[in-house]
Design a protein around this ligand. Structure first.
Ligand code: ACO
Length: 436
């Protein structure tokens, strides 16, 4: 860590001596107060459930300005990356810090694609699951199981192992997601095709069958690639922090990424796109646009427990820039597939319009997040609702690995070990059974 840019003084009203704390400035964004010596010098911890005010690490990968609605990967605005680059270029950027030139891109693409197959034994592992298992339950198991198959890339302290594990994970995630889908459908697995693009190969493994030729629709291919770019990283969100914390114990990269998959599954995080589409379908089934007003009343009623899924974000207090790009992609895909009048898309537009004008949402700075439109796109493409979070996990894998590798390479990294404010019983004796 560099020298302090300035200092803050922490004083106490109970007569304890005050303490000076170093403050550091980032290249952009809020300054941070370094409290690492607080416990040693005062015997006190800080208290910050949900990490509302805590920077858990130093990072150079992704920057979000939630008030402006800005998202940068390594300094590049997401709008420019989504428009001018493809997913593998974005992966290169996140992993190595720079956009590849043509030959570096060709080399990286080759290095990723040679890892697209999974060990043939994985399909027998898959057979242990029920056919109706949730794909995220399967993904959590499969990603963790990779460490049982690729023993030569499990040493997190070895840079070569980390590099190979990164390539393997990026290359194999589409194969695993598609296998989970095919297994649920009872269809044969389709082996990867390395002559196709990353997104095109995923479409092939998902939707092709051995009985017929399958050709990749370029509009859908580009839409999927954009979904991957938009979900590739999002700084220290819940699943990324989970990956960092899990990896901080020195566990292998596959196990750490499996922890990220498990965290992403929750409806307040990556599971929101599934929850959002289920919500739209329920409103549609109960009467569609005519029922939007009634639904919004429920959302605003704190006792109802109903939330407008796909709205609100811990960091964005403005329109999520990814949601704008996703809305654009949504229109392109629906037009390409002749679904311009898709009732769920119309319903989502109506909900968005009301929410953006309603004081409940305006005063709380609640705007659509990326999940508000990504579910409609995926559903139109033919991806079943319960696979949405798996597609998100596929895309986020590169961000998880980039963040994990950044942490391991940081000389200041330590095992993550939060403290607590204990409010339970003080020492007491175990009473004999008859007295309990
Ligand atoms: N619908 C209705 N009210 C909401 C919503 C919503 N979607 N989101 C937040 N609020 C309300 C809260 O009830 C709270 O109201 P109050 O101040 O009157 O108590 C206020 O807005 C602030 O919300 P918090 O829950 O404190 O915000 P927090 O930062 O903790 O939560 C979260 C963010 C979890 C994303 C929340 O907005 C939410 O649950 N949204 C719906 C789920 C969703 O879309 N998640 C996807 C996140 S993006 C991603 O993971 C890719």
């Amino acid at each position: 860590m560099k020298l302090a840019d300035y200092k803050a003084t922490l004083s106490f009203s109970n007569g304890k001596p005050s303490m000076e704390l170093p403050v550091y400035q980032g290249s952009v964004g809020p300054d941070v107060v370094d409290i690492r010596k607080l416990y040693g010098q005062t015997g006190m911890f800080t208290y910050d459930p949900g990490f509302l005010s805590t920077a858990s690490c130093q990072s150079t990968i992704t920057y979000i300005d939630g008030d402006k609605g800005e998202l940068l990967y390594r300094g590049y605005p997401i709008e420019q990356l989504a428009t001018n680059c493809d997913f593998l270029e974005t992966c290169h950027l996140l992993l190595y810090g720079n956009l590849p030139n043509a030959s570096a891109k060709a080399d990286f693409t080759k290095r990723v694609t040679r890892h697209t197959m999974v060990n043939e034994q994985m399909q027998f592992f898959m057979r242990g699951f029920r056919r109706d298992a949730h794909p995220m339950a399967i993904m959590t198991g499969l990603v963790g199981a990779l460490s049982a198959f690729y023993h030569d890339s499990t040493d997190i302290n070895n840079p070569e192992h980390r590099e190979v594990a990164a390539l393997r994970l990026i290359a194999k995630m589409p194969t695993l997601v598609a296998m989970a889908y095919k297994y649920s459908m009872g269809q044969p697995y389709m082996y990867p095709r390395n002559d196709l693009s990353y997104a095109g190969n995923f479409m092939h493994m998902m939707f092709a069958t051995p009985c017929e030729d399958y050709s990749v629709n370029p509009v859908i291919e580009r839409a999927l690639d954009r979904i991957f770019i938009l979900h590739a990283d999002h700084e220290q969100n819940a699943s990324t922090s989970t990956v960092r914390l899990c990896g901080s114990s020195g566990t292998n990269p596959f196990a750490a990424i499996a922890a990220g998959v498990a965290c992403l599954w929750g409806p307040a995080h990556g599971g929101a796109n599934e929850a959002c589409l289920n919500m739209l379908e329920e409103i549609q089934a109960s009467g569609g646009i005519a029922k939007v007003g009634h639904f919004m009343e429920q959302v605003k009623d704190k006792n109802s427990g109903v939330k407008l899924m796909g709205f609100g974000h811990r960091v964005y207090k403005n329109y999520d820039p990814r949601a704008k790009l996703m809305q654009e992609t949504c229109r392109e895909v629906l037009t390409e597939l002749g679904l311009e009048n898709d009732p769920l898309f119309k319903l989502s537009m109506a909900l968005e319009k009301i929410a953006l004008e309603d004081d409940y949402f305006v005063s709380r700075k609640l705007y659509p997040n990326v999940d508000f439109y990504s579910g409609i796109v995926q559903r139109a493409i033919g991806i079943p609702v319960n696979m949405f979070t798996g597609v998100f996990a596929l895309a986020r894998t590169v961000g998880w690995i980039a963040q994990l590798n950044e942490m391991i390479s940081d000389p200041e990294y330590k095992i993550g070990r939060p403290r607590q404010l204990f409010s339970g019983s003080v020492t007491r004796s175990v009473p004999p059974m008859a007295q309990r």
